[in-house]
Write a protein that binds this ligand. Structure first.
Ligand SMILES: C[S@@+](CC[C@H](N)C(=O)[O-])C[C@H]1O[C@@H](n2cnc3c(N)ncnc32)[C@H](O)[C@@H]1O
Length: 259
């Protein structure tokens, strides 16, 4: 069954005083409004499922709960924990991306901005990070972090569960760090992300390695390379896997290129 959201958007728009939540952005740079159509038949619901998942399956994989900001910002504190550099080698991750000055990078599911902040300096002069998230509290914390570190080339963007709100063909590199496995609408998000990419642009998934039972995180927060490739390399996205970078202790860095 196809659910058409247009009427819903109009109702919601009226309810919130005329502001569309779809693609509505906190800042105007690089952002558009739009309306999506969702085909729920892509997804399967199962009663018997992992308690850390939402009971919704896509291409055989259960989708994890979205990581919340948490009471008192516990979720954001966890993302900013001091042990993260050692556990996830963020410096090495960013170096592996070989970012260039002037590039436009979309950090999808940016959270409180840990990865955006690190990438932003590599893009100077002239480049910027479009930091997309669905949670207002995360974006507020990200803004606070930008002010604290005096960073002005990060643009916070309020996305939705199925759209980024970014302009078509505007992004050189889109990165999702520990994010893709918790997209409630992975097909719709990838459709949108694929459209935002410039030809030759790179879509990067950083996910905990499911192939490695010693990686210390719940199974639902891991993704295998095979599963990630199956989901991202769909013909309609025009994305092709080009490389997996194996430098991190717990995650793999999968690179897909826009044809
Ligand atoms: C585990 S956190 C990772 C945050 C950040 N990437 C990091 O590594 O510090 C996942 C983030 O993805 C966001 N998120 C989940 N679904 C999203 C979607 N459809 N669009 C944008 N952000 C999303 C959540 O709100 C949360 O802030």
């Amino acid at each position: 069954m196809k659910i058409y959201f247009i009427a819903f958007v109009c109702l919601l728009s009226a309810a919130v005083g005329g502001t569309l939540p779809w693609g509505a952005a906190d800042e105007s740079q690089g952002v558009k409004s739009g309306v999506s159509v969702i085909d729920e038949n892509r997804y399967e619901r199962r009663g018997d499922h992992d308690p850390n998942g939402i009971g919704k399956f896509y291409m055989g994989r259960e989708i994890a709960h979205v990581m919340g900001f948490g009471p008192g910002g516990q979720g954001a504190d966890w993302l900013e924990r001091s042990s993260r550099e050692e556990e996830e080698r963020l410096t090495l991750l960013v170096r592996s991306l070989q970012l260039k000055p002037g590039e436009v990078v979309a950090d999808i599911g940016a959270g409180s901005g840990v990865i955006s902040l690190r990438m932003s300096q590599e893009l100077l002069p002239g480049g910027k990070v479009l930091a997309v998230d669905v949670q207002d509290e995360m974006l507020a914390r990200l803004r606070m972090n930008c002010e604290r570190f005096g960073i002005s080339n990060i643009v916070p963007v309020k996305g939705t569960q199925f759209t980024t709100g970014l302009e078509p063909s505007s992004v050189d590199l889109a990165i999702m760090v520990d994010v893709y496995h918790e997209f409630e609408f992975p097909y719709e998000m990838m459709t949108d992300i694929a459209k935002t990419m410039k030809p030759g642009g790179r879509v990067v998934l950083v996910e905990y390695r499911k192939e490695d039972p010693t990686v210390p995180i719940k199974e639902i927060h891991k993704m295998s390379q095979a599963q990630a490739k199956k989901e991202v390399e769909r013909a309609e996205f025009g994305l092709r896997w080009t490389e997996t970078i194996h430098v991190l202790p717990r995650q793999h860095i999968l690179i897909f290129t826009k044809m």
